[in-house]
Design a binder for this molecule. Structure first.
Ligand code: PLP
Length: 389
């Protein structure tokens, strides 16, 4: 028998979801603060556009990089968001933001190339680098530094083999947002190093307390080395439709398009029509959802502040709190994974351990859930932590 090559494993968050379903099947009410997707339905006009596409028989392969009208609309969106002119030829449609990132890494990285990954991070990044044969170089960030690299820490990790750096803002799992000041400091380090920069901006429409998102697409000096990734998943509650997009220099885009064509043929035709409808919706559909997240964030923050020996940075974007629970890691439960597990099994509140993001001592809590689940979930969390600690 041939040995199966197992370079990466299934995401740990999927295992948490599986266990939640199992408990629910046994009749247990679980307060789920582990979710990584909006809990709102996809807006009606988007769903209707999908149905219409099916009725009209728009159900075949499309061009590998997406239908021209969607590429054109996306180029306009990016131009508006960044204030920089983007052409349809510089933008392609991908199978979710995830495949935009995976295919970009495959296109850029050859065996032995180094990819700098600031941590805590979304754990698909290291898996993608591994699959491409690259070497993931972890760049640990600190809560005191807002969970973004400092110029000094970045400089330390840059080597002649560094081919790519992955940046994510608003950030999963910390909810932090890259400031202009910090970016200017990082750019001062990066500008003389010929590395590519991939900016994962899939949460860009979700910022709070008047904070605005800084898109790296706005910097002309970066243009020939920037890969800008975005998605319909979080902004339009379209996680299951699998539509994202990538803006990149033409040469890279052509390579990514070739990879997408060989691996997937094309993004789903129906979803592309739905995405086109999403772009025409305007803020009256998306702003109320953002405003509701803001309310939920405030509520969750108020409740969490009442738990002794738990601390956190106020999230400025995405829909996560990343709370420090180091004080509770003792006795039988010395890891965030053990703590998260006992909280689920005995207190019926689902969280994601910090170790899933490469950062011990923390739990990620999502506020993409109902106010009731937030209230009850945090109450159960508080009860559990205090009983254990
Ligand atoms: N980037 C980050 C940081 C994410 O958290 C996610 C999804 O959870 C994605 C990218 C990809 O999302 P999608 O493939 O649904 O567009």
């Amino acid at each position: 028998m041939h040995k199966i090559r197992r370079l990466v494993s299934l995401s740990e968050t999927l295992e948490i979801t599986r266990r939640i379903r199992e408990l629910e099947g046994e009749g247990v009410k679980v307060f789920n603060l582990s979710v990584g997707e909006p809990d709102f339905p996809t807006p009606e006009p988007i769903r209707e556009a999908g149905i219409q596409a099916i009725r009209e028989g728009f159900t075949r392969y499309t061009a590998a990089g997406g239908i021209p009208e969607l590429r054109k609309a996306l180029a306009e969106v990016i131009t508006r968001k960044t204030g920089m002119p983007y052409q349809p030829s510089e933008v392609m449609v991908t199978l979710g933001g995830k495949f935009a990132i995976a295919a970009s890494i495959l296109a850029l990285i050859k065996a032995g190339d180094e990819v700098i990954i600031p941590t805590p991070c979304w754990l698909s990044y290291p898996a993608m680098v591994t699959l491409a044969g690259g070497k993931g170089v972890w760049l640990p960030t600190k809560e005191e530094e807002g969970f973004f690299p400092t110029p000094e820490s970045l400089k330390e990790k840059l080597t002649p083999k560094t081919r790519l750096i992955l940046l994510n803002s608003p950030q999963n799992p910390t909810g932090q947002v890259l400031s202009k000041e910090r970016w200017d400091q990082l750019w001062a380090v990066l500008k003389d190093h010929p590395t590519y920069i991939l900016s994962d901006e899939v949460y860009d429409t979700l910022t709070y307390d008047g904070m605005s998102h800084l898109s790296l697409g706005q910097y002309p000096a970066l243009r020939n080395r920037l890969l800008l990734v975005n998605s319909f998943s979080k902004a339009y509650c379209m996680t299951g439709w699998r539509i994202g997009y990538l803006a990149a220099p033409a040469k890279i885009l052509r390579a990514v398009e070739a990879i997408q064509s060989q691996m997937t043929s094309s993004p789903c035709s129906i979803s592309q029509k739905a995405a086109l409808a999403a772009l025409s919706l305007g803020e009256q559909w998306t702003e109320p959802m953002r405003a509701l997240y803001q309310k939920r964030k405030d509520l969750m923050g108020d409740l969490l502040r009442k738990i002794p020996r738990v601390s956190f940075l106020e999230p400025k974007g995405a829909f996560y709190f990343f709370i420090k629970v180091e004080a509770y890691l003792r006795g039988q439960y010395t890891t965030s994974q053990a703590l998260s597990q006992v909280l689920l099994e005995e207190y019926h509140v689902a969280t994601v351990p910090g170790s899933c993001f490469g950062q011990e001592g923390y739990l990620r809590l999502s506020f993409a859930t109902s106010e009731e689940d937030i209230r009850e979930g945090v109450a159960h969390l508080s009860q559990g932590l205090q009983a254990l600690g």
